[in-house]
Write a protein that binds this ligand. Structure first.
Ligand code: C2E
Ligand code: MG
Ligand code: MG
Length: 315
């Protein structure tokens, strides 16, 4: 028995004198999309046309933007829910583009995940955060652990561990000051022994270089339990979606409660993302969650603002 997988794309030919090269290019990009989304058939439409044009604009501008340092690191504080002490921050990328304006990652990160540019962007972010922390420490100023997001692409990238080791050695920051956030879905393949061992090797190595590790967007992927079983990571970041659901749905509430307990029983630090109201904070505290991040406390802010913020909160 042989299974054959096929993908077909189609483009409607407009009336008049169509631009054949443009149609072929649209068909070919639609076919790529069909492959990525594993769809047997995809018809090119107006929305795709806009998305392709946007993606191609971003791809053209990105390398120059990196060289011109148009990508900015913004920091969102993390809090201890009981004491309201500042305990850390997450670094989030923003693109201040002269051509396109200020863009949040939602406007570009997916395109960069698809074309591989996210790998370069992540090293850029890590380098900036490491320099920021190193500089403050050199000046005798207080610091908190900062986490940076790691694209799933690193898992299959050759030389990832070597580069991460070099970065750790170059800055010599105290262990745990740099934290790497990885999504559950990045490590989705736990089916084979090799895949499990290779993921475990990556996490163990990163820890041995002094990085802390966090599971990001917990409760949104489909390998959570396998990931918990296989990878001893330091923190669990619970996604905002389950918090929102738990507010009015009893099943979600019980899942949230047990996820918190499960993480805590594995000696993980438990943080919930996207806290916007005091009622949500109370709910999380009642369920035993220790840390939080969200608009209730502070929105992501520019580096200068975050420095002033630390000044005020770390006295
Ligand atoms: P994430 O890592 O889960 O980051 C949390 C997101 O939730 C951030 O969105 C943050 O601004 C938002 N957020 C924080 N508090 C609240 C809240 O109270 N309510 C709501 N509704 N949202 C809140 P942002 O900055 O737009 O980032 C989106 C995603 O883009 C991130 O999700 C992360 O997956 C990705 N990302 C950001 N920076 C980088 C980066 O440097 N590299 C990579 N590979 N991905 C990044
Ligand atoms: Mg994150
Ligand atoms: Mg998250």
């Amino acid at each position: 028995m042989t299974r054959i997988r096929y993908h077909v794309s189609a483009v409607q030919v407009p009336n008049g004198r169509p631009n054949i090269a443009k149609l072929v290019s649209a068909a070919s990009t639609t076919l790529d999309l069909a492959r990525t989304e594993n769809q047997p058939f995809l018809l090119f439409n107006q929305q795709m046309e806009e998305e392709f044009a946007w993606a191609s604009r971003l791809e053209t501008l990105a390398p120059k933007a990196l060289a011109r340092q148009e990508f900015e690191v913004w920091y969102q504080p993390k809090y201890d829910l009981a004491t309201h002490a500042l305990v850390g921050a997450e670094a989030l990328v923003r693109w201040q583009s002269p051509e396109l304006g200020l863009l949040p990652p939602g406007r570009f990160i997916e395109v960069f995940e698809r074309n591989g540019f996210a790998v370069r962007l992540d090293y850029y972010m890590l380098g900036h955060v490491a320099r920021f922390l190193e500089d403050r420490m050199r000046r005798g100023l207080p610091v908190v652990p900062v986490s940076v997001n790691q694209s799933a692409l690193h898992i299959s990238e050759g030389g990832y561990l070597r580069k991460m080791k070099e970065t750790a050695e170059a800055y010599g920051l105290p262990a745990g000051l740099l934290d790497l956030e990885v999504t559950e879905t990045a490590f989705v393949d736990f089916k084979t022994k090799e895949a499990r061992e290779s993921s475990r090797h990556i996490i163990d190595s990163l820890k041995s270089y002094g990085y802390a590790t966090s599971m990001d967007d917990f409760c949104t992927g489909y390998s959570s339990i396998a990931m918990l079983q296989n990878l001893p990571m330091d923190s669990m970041k619970i996604d905002r979606s389950i918090l929102l659901a738990a507010e009015h749905d009893d099943r979600a509430l019980r899942i949230l409660q047990n996820v918190i307990q499960l993480g805590a029983s594995l000696d993980m630090k438990i943080l919930c993302e996207g806290i916007e109201t005091e009622a949500q904070e109370k709910l999380l505290k009642d369920l035993g969650c220790t840390y939080g991040q969200g608009y209730l406390y502070a929105k992501p802010m520019k580096q200068e603002e975050f420095e002033a913020f630390m000044e005020e909160h770390l006295k």
